[in-house]
Design a protein around this ligand. Structure first.
Ligand code: GRF
Length: 216
């Protein structure tokens, strides 16, 4: 399976994917492209170090958003991925990309969807809202991308306990370590091995050791 990984920042999820391919936790998979909208993203350095082709193209290079959308679609079509992985990508994925890769785009969101998600819930804001609400548990979700924001079928989730002394930063870090870096690689491995079936808004994981899924 060929995957294109779309990033905007530090790229720790990208690193988790690279490491999991290297150590065999993800099988049958190659990263055909890393795309970043942000030329300063450390994720680009990670792609370079791993010898993965990368493209940097910012919407700021275009006068018109529609032109950027077209360029992004072309970049992705040229890379010819089976699956597009949004790993901390802050660019709103244009409708034409969602259509062209229908059912083949996945995203990692740092909360347990349907809590703390949707428009305006990204980055540290998610964790700030969790702490403001006094929630005792949060976590992460890998889901398919559809036309809505965080509304597509859920593939995997993992809970993480909130601590009384958490700051948005400490909660973010723990959710990455305990949840994101585990469920994203596992979701990719499931897809690469044809274990994921979508029935309406529900994902069924077929023919997979439940113990492995539950030991995450
Ligand atoms: C992660 O928290 C992810 O859930 C969110 O953006 C962050 C990306 O971090 N969508 P990184 O670039 O993978 O380090």
């Amino acid at each position: 399976m060929r995957i294109a990984v779309l990033v905007s920042g530090g790229g720790t999820n990208l690193q988790a994917i690279i490491d999991s391919i290297n150590d065999g936790r993800i099988t049958n998979t190659q990263i055909c492209l890393v795309y970043s909208n942000n030329p300063k993203a450390y994720a680009i350095e990670r792609a370079k170090q791993a010898g993965i082709p990368f493209v940097v193209k910012s919407p700021k290079e275009f006068e018109d958003r529609a032109d950027f959308n077209k360029a992004l679609l072309q970049i992705l079509k040229d890379a010819n991925p089976d699956i597009i992985v949004l790993a901390g990508c802050l660019v709103v994925i244009p409708g034409e990309v969602v259509k062209a890769f229908e059912g083949r785009i996945i995203n990692i969101h740092p909360s347990l969807i349907p809590s703390f998600c949707g428009t305006g819930y990204y980055g540290l804001k998610v964790h700030e809202k969790v702490l403001e609400r006094g929630a005792k548990v949060s976590g992460a979700t890998v889901h398919f991308v559809d036309e809505g924001t965080d509304t597509g079928p859920i593939i995997l989730q993992k809970p993480v306990m909130v601590r009384d002394d958490d700051t948005p930063e400490t909660l973010q870090r723990r959710i990455m370590e305990q949840a994101e870096w585990k469920i994203m690689p596992m979701a990719i491995d499931l897809l690469a091995n044809n274990k994921v079936k979508v029935q309406g808004n529900k994902v069924i994981i077929e023919d997979y050791d439940r113990k492995v899924l539950e030991s995450l």
